[in-house]
Design a protein around this ligand. Structure first.
Ligand code: FAD
Length: 323
């Protein structure tokens, strides 16, 4: 048995969710007394690659092919599956990020592997059988799945496993794959960045606004608080439907599922469809002028009051704390 973790980067830098996935994979490797190999695809500096050793990777396969500079599901899945075969790895770990969600099932098909997407804790092991707790129905519930196949793919929900530094430097090796043009049925030509703000699915703190904010002209409050906290901004569905915010910020059953350490819901009622996307949050704070708002039933902390009075006070308090 050996373990391969896909170390995802953004613009050449590894994200916290990558270190979480490496730490998680290392814990599985440690239990099984086996090697942990990482694979990185794209332009990542050698130091950054070798530093994966701090989190437990012994070896890093570096794939720097011009055709793979930008993320394409099909091509990346092909390369990762080829690396797994070359290294004899039978457990593949990756982050359940936007890319990971596309990659995990594709890698699983290529390797005839069982897949647990959105794992939230380490698997329980009984011989070759892994029992994995994972999110289901957009984070509305948890499911426990059994992986009994020889090959296994596990994608880890961001912010559900802590980064553990074990020390060490990884050996970096170039990894090349022979592929034909026809191996890639789609190619990415250009990425147009819509924002430089904190990415919502990976965010540790999310400040989210609902219809209680009355209109887009009041979103400065959400943005100012988010910026002070280093948080991503989000919203409820009606807010994005009304065009107050982009659809990429809409959280819930029909939007993005988030798993931050802190979710601050401002002027959001707490409808079941919204809660479906936030249930993996560690701490939930709700601010609502209606003491009966359903959000208070799931919130760890609640503030009953007018958002237009409370949020400016919060902003002032954070500014004073940071001063
Ligand atoms: P409202 O329900 O209008 O609530 C506004 C809240 O703001 C109220 O609780 C009010 O008390 C409070 N408020 C008003 N003024 C203030 C103030 N000054 N200060 C503080 N609080 C104030 N919704 C999602 O969010 N995500 C989804 O993915 C999603 N998917 C759906 C899928 C389906 C199939 C369906 C049927 C619905 C879906 N919805 C989804 C919609 C969902 O049911 C709710 O209608 C929606 O979440 C409500 O949004 P809201 O809380 O912003 O607005």
């Amino acid at each position: 048995m050996s373990i391969l973790i896909y170390a995802e980067n953004t613009d050449g830098k590894f994200k916290k969710s990558t270190y979480e996935a490496v730490s998680y994979a290392k814990a599985i490797a440690g239990r099984n007394n086996t090697n942990l190999i990482a694979i990185s695809i794209g332009d990542v500096a050698n130091d950054e690659l070798a530093a994966l050793g701090k989190y437990g990777a012994e070896k890093v396969l570096n794939v720097s092919n011009d055709k793979l500079k930008s993320f394409v599901n099909q091509a990346y899945a092909f390369v990762i599956a080829e690396a797994a075969k070359a290294e004899g790895a039978n457990i593949m770990v990756l982050s359940n990020s936007f890319s990971g969600r596309g990659l995990a099932p594709r890698i699983a098909v290529k390797l005839q592997a069982g897949v647990a997407d959105g794992a939230v804790s380490l698997p329980e092991q009984n011989g070759d059988k892994f029992t994995v707790k994972k999110t289901a129905f957009s984070g509305k519930a948890y499911a426990v799945v059994e992986l009994t196949s020889a090959n296994k793919v596990i994608s880890l929900t961001p912010n559900s496993y802590k980064v553990v530094e074990t020390g060490g430097t990884a050996v970096v090796e170039e990894f090349t794959v022979d592929f034909k043009e026809s191996d890639f049925k789609q190619m990415l030509n250009e990425i147009v960045k819509s924002t430089d703000k904190v990415s919502l699915p990976d965010a540790e703190i999310v400040v989210s606004g609902g219809r209680g904010l009355k209109g887009p002209e009041n979103w400065g409050l959400i943005e100012e608080l988010a910026e002070l906290l280093g948080a991503a901004t989000a919203c409820s569905k009606p807010v994005s439907d009304a065009g107050w915010r982009p659809h990429s910020e809409h959280v819930g059953q029909t939007g993005i599922a988030v798993s931050p350490n802190l979710y601050i819901a401002i002027g959001i009622s707490g409808a079941i469809q919204h809660l479906a996307g936030i249930s993996a949050s560690k701490v939930i704070v709700a601010i609502n002028k209606d003491a009966e708002a359903p959000f208070f039933k799931v919130a760890d902390y609640g503030i009953v009051g007018d958002a237009f009075e409370i949020v400016p006070k919060l902003i002032e308090a954070v500014k004073q704390y940071k001063a």
